[in-house]
Write a protein that binds this ligand. Structure first.
Ligand SMILES: Cc1ncc(COP(=O)(O)O)c(C=O)c1O
Length: 393
């Protein structure tokens, strides 16, 4: 009765079972996977944000395939604040970044063709690819003091089936931005093989060092490029469901891409009017919201780095931005068994590396968003557990 693409493994795994047990018994855990900003104790200008949702203009339905002009102007102003000139004509609004990916996959690839993704990276890609009847192929990010794209391997993975290369800038969970040099190589490979570049920049604003200048692909005119952003991270409002695609590249191909994308977006018209009408004024709260997150991320990150500084069982990998840090465990620890034991014995929930498609063991991925007290206690318990885990296994 059902399509093969929905033949997922639906039985809950052991970790889901343990979490369910805690939930039904009401026992609190220290959740260091928590990356839902609305659950992390940040103070939002709630009255102001909600008041802006009740604009009278929202009572009129104005179907617009790319999204309302005022909202697209607000997105263009966001890029202008980073000295990137984008016209509202180059912008499409979508209900989520995931929806933006789907629109682009429909635009670029026929069934069974391929999209190249980074690994390690964000675990939703497999589902997005399956749902669009595509295939995924992965290129590696390699760590040598910092993360870099294995450009040779990426090039080897390009075949006649490949239609687009996805870059996540900065990547989740490695926290690595694309360098200017890497972008130059990506552009060359895309041009030679007629590939589009898709750059997911939802975490772009969250650089650890604000004085460092990173490269946004929104300004990339050398190759057909789609840059994704959205409110789930930029305003830490994932529930408001608004993201965007910026289309850039050589003029002719951009015009063709926009004309085709317009039909796709027009078929769904999925972004609601109240959020679009609120967007320009909401963007004024960006500094107030982002400052809290940047401060929290800095405190938790410092604590993590200092805690592991004199500890030889694990090391914290270098990252430049985003909401996550990676701990590499030394001495051949079974990351999955450790994560399960942390949850069962210590009530600390962390993701093992395989969740983010790491090709080898042993890594733990920690969200930096939880309140400091939760994060610090969680890290203390991780360190204590890793010590006893190493000697017991
Ligand atoms: C790299 C990356 N892109 C996109 C998203 C999801 O964005 P949205 O909520 O807009 O679909 C996430 C969510 O964590 C993410 O990590």
């Amino acid at each position: 009765m059902f399509a093969k693409r929905t033949n997922w493994e639906l039985t809950p795994n052991r970790v889901a079972g343990i979490l369910e047990g805690y939930k039904s018994s009401g026992q609190k855990i220290l959740d260091l996977t928590q990356s839902n900003p609305t659950c992390c104790g940040f103070v939002y200008p709630q009255d102001e944000l909600l008041a802006l949702l009740s604009m009278p203009a929202s009572m009129r339905y104005v179907p617009s395939s790319q999204g309302l002009l005022s909202a697209r102007q607000a997105v263009a102003a966001y890029y202008q604040s980073q000295n990137i000139a984008i016209s509202p004509q180059q912008i499409f609004l979508t209900a989520s970044t995931s929806e933006a990916y789907s629109f682009l996959f429909r635009l670029l690839a026929n069934p069974q063709e391929e999209i190249l993704f980074p690994a390690p990276s964000y675990p939703l890609f497999d589902f997005l690819v399956d749902l669009n009847d595509l295939k995924s192929s992965f290129y590696s990010l390699v760590y040598q003091g910092q993360w870099a794209i294995d450009l040779g391997e990426l090039e080897n993975h390009i075949s006649v089936q490949t239609k687009a290369v996805v870059a996540v800038n900065p990547n989740n969970p490695t926290g690595s931005y694309i360098t200017r040099e890497e972008l130059k190589h990506l552009n060359r490979m895309c041009q030679q093989n007629q590939l589009a570049l898709i750059s997911d920049e939802v975490f772009f604003d969250y650089a650890f060092d604000s004085s460092q200048r990173f490269v946004s692909c929104a300004a990339n005119t050398d190759n057909l490029t789609f840059t994704l952003g959205g409110l789930s991270k930029t305003l830490a409002l994932p529930q408001m469901k608004l993201s965007w695609i910026v289309v850039n590249g050589p003029t002719d191909i951009v015009a063709d891409a926009i004309a085709r994308l317009e039909i796709i977006a027009d078929t769904y018209l999925s972004v609601n009017a109240p959020v679009q009408n609120a967007l320009a004024a909401w963007m004024n709260y960006r500094p107030a919201i982002q400052e809290q997150i940047i401060r929290r991320v800095a405190v938790n990150r410092d604590y993590l780095i200092n805690s592991f500084a004199n500890y030889d069982a694990g090391t914290v990998l270098h990252a430049d931005g985003g909401w996550y840090m990676i701990v590499k465990l030394l001495g051949g620890v079974d990351e999955e068994a450790l994560a399960e034991r942390l949850l069962l014995r210590d009530q600390v929930y962390v993701h093992p590396g395989y969740f983010f498609n790491f090709s080898e063991e042993s890594f733990l991925i920690l969200s930096l968003l939880p309140p400091e007290s939760v994060f610090i206690e969680g890290v203390k318990r991780i360190i204590a557990r890793v010590k006893s885990f190493n000697s017991s296994s």
